[in-house]
Design a protein around this ligand. Structure first.
Ligand SMILES: O=C(O)CCC(=O)C(=O)O
Ligand SMILES: [Fe+2]
Length: 203
């Protein structure tokens, strides 16, 4: 299938950029790896200031290949706290790094937060192809990308486990499921601090 071949070329080049073995991410494009297509239709909306086409989120798979609308913009990416418009480039596909590649690349490649805004006059159509790692595969940062300066940012887990975590976050309306290990420590420290404060109060 042509789209799998495209995904394969992209994944090989991503691995090369990181000085990893060419086939490091390739199982994502393997025949038994899950792939989903989403056809997005955004009708005109009278209050684009109040309604998102798609609320801010990061994609949970490995990569997303997006065929955006030929005429109507709407996709925006969060960079340094600012929402940046993704311009329309004729016949270009947009490739989004998603959470599983962020894990495997130990955060070298980031899964960006993005959103779609609505348009008061025009409808918009896009097609997103989501490539996911094979469900039984262990997702973990590549050992080559872990060192004293950059410790392991994400814990090891099966792709299936990550999918479950991702959907739990999605159901709760949260924007980003992927948290580096350090955030868990922060959360743990925070909880301990709250507990210490509470103990302090009751004594
Ligand atoms: O329609 C777009 O440009 C983006 C769609 C998207 O982010 C998604 O389907 O996850
Ligand atoms: Fe998305």
């Amino acid at each position: 299938m042509k789209t799998r071949q495209t995904a394969e070329i992209i994944l090989k080049n991503m691995a090369k950029v990181l000085n990893l073995e060419e086939n490091y991410f390739i199982d994502v494009a393997a025949d038994n790896a899950p792939t989903f297509a989403r056809f997005n239709y955004f009708p005109p909306c009278l209050r684009p200031d109040l309604v998102y086409g798609i609320r801010p989120h990061a994609d949970g798979g490995a990569i997303t290949i997006l065929l955006p609308d030929k005429e109507v913009e709407g996709l925006q990416v969060l960079k340094d706290g600012q929402w940046i418009k993704v311009p329309i480039i004729p016949d270009a596909l947009i490739v989004n790094v998603a959470d599983q590649i962020e894990i495997m690349s130990n955060g070298e490649l980031k899964s960006p937060m993005h959103r779609v805004i609505t348009n008061s006059e025009k409808q918009r159509i896009s097609v997103a192809m989501f490539y996911l790692s094979e469900m039984e595969k262990c997702l973990a940062p590549a050992p080559e990308l872990i060192n004293e300066i950059k410790p392991m940012l994400f814990k090891k887990m099966k792709a299936r486990e990550y999918r479950d975590i991702f959907f739990q976050h999605l159901m709760r309306g949260e924007n980003k499921a992927l948290l580096p290990i350090s955030s868990f420590f922060q959360l743990f420290k925070c909880r301990r601090l709250v507990r210490i404060c509470l103990y302090g109060k009751s004594q």
